[in-house]
Design a protein around this ligand. Structure first.
Ligand SMILES: C[S@@+](CC[C@H](N)C(=O)[O-])C[C@H]1O[C@@H](n2cnc3c(N)ncnc32)[C@H](O)[C@@H]1O
Length: 213
């Protein structure tokens, strides 16, 4: 889905950084072998994630929803040399695929994969984080926020993906559509929670940046 007219979107992409070769390979293999490849962050949003991470220079990153590791590798580009990224996914079939690309990337030793539901794993993580990327199941976004806010360092950043939810956030609400309801609730929470300041960016399917005060 394009929120900008397609030609303008093409122009934006053409005047942004190129996708690294390893991520092009990862994308090709994801499309060949994995169900729902559309879940990949993709080249443009990937460069945005990389840029934000490089601006923050985080020592610790947490990602909810690894999928095939595309965004993990984009975020890892900004890590400090002794930094680490923890990434959680509930789908065990993706683990070997992710590890293959993590090891090829040069960030392999800094990336920790966690298998299971993020709801169970986040409370067991002992460290605090400079950057969190929320990109797992939408119905739990509010729960994820509540679990991570106390693990976020002051000045730390939460990036939340799919906050425009294909534009459904401004359509009449179907009461049975739990994902849209959850995204609406989440966006209102981010706007009103006094512990953070928030800007919603109309990038791809909507990417919110929230900074802990
Ligand atoms: C949109 S994809 C993530 C895309 C990835 N961040 C990227 O940019 O390439 C969502 C992922 O969340 C995972 N997921 C869904 N429910 C989850 C849960 N409760 N805990 C952890 N991961 C979950 C799915 O298995 C899927 O791989």
């Amino acid at each position: 889905m394009y929120f900008l007219p397609e030609k303008l979107d093409d122009y934006v992409v053409a005047h942004s950084e190129e996708e690294p070769e390893l991520l092009q390979q990862l994308t090709r293999e994801t499309y060949q072998k994995i169900l729902q490849p559309i879940m990949l962050s993709g080249p443009y949003q990937g460069r945005v994630l990389s840029m934000i991470s490089k601006l923050i220079r985080p020592k610790t990153i947490l990602e909810l929803g690894t999928f095939t590791g595309y965004a993990t590798l984009c975020l890892a580009e900004g890590l400090q040399s002794d930094g680490e990224i923890h990434t959680i996914d509930v789908n065990e079939e993706l683990e070997d695929f992710q590890r293959k690309y993590f090891d090829k990337s040069g960030y392999g030793l800094q990336i920790y994969q966690h298998l299971g539901s993020a709801l169970d794993i986040i409370p067991k993580l002992n460290q605090t984080f400079d950057l969190v990327f929320i990109d797992a199941d939408k119905p739990n976004y509010v729960n994820y926020f509540n679990l991570i806010i106390d693990k976020l360092n002051p000045g730390g950043i939460i990036l939340s993906d799919n906050v425009l939810w294909y534009g459904k956030v401004i359509e009449p609400l179907d009461e049975k559509d739990n994902s849209t309801k959850a995204v609406l609730e989440f966006n209102t929470l981010l706007k009103n929670d006094k512990r953070i300041e928030t800007v919603l960016l109309p990038i791809r399917d909507g990417l919110t940046i929230s900074r802990k005060i």
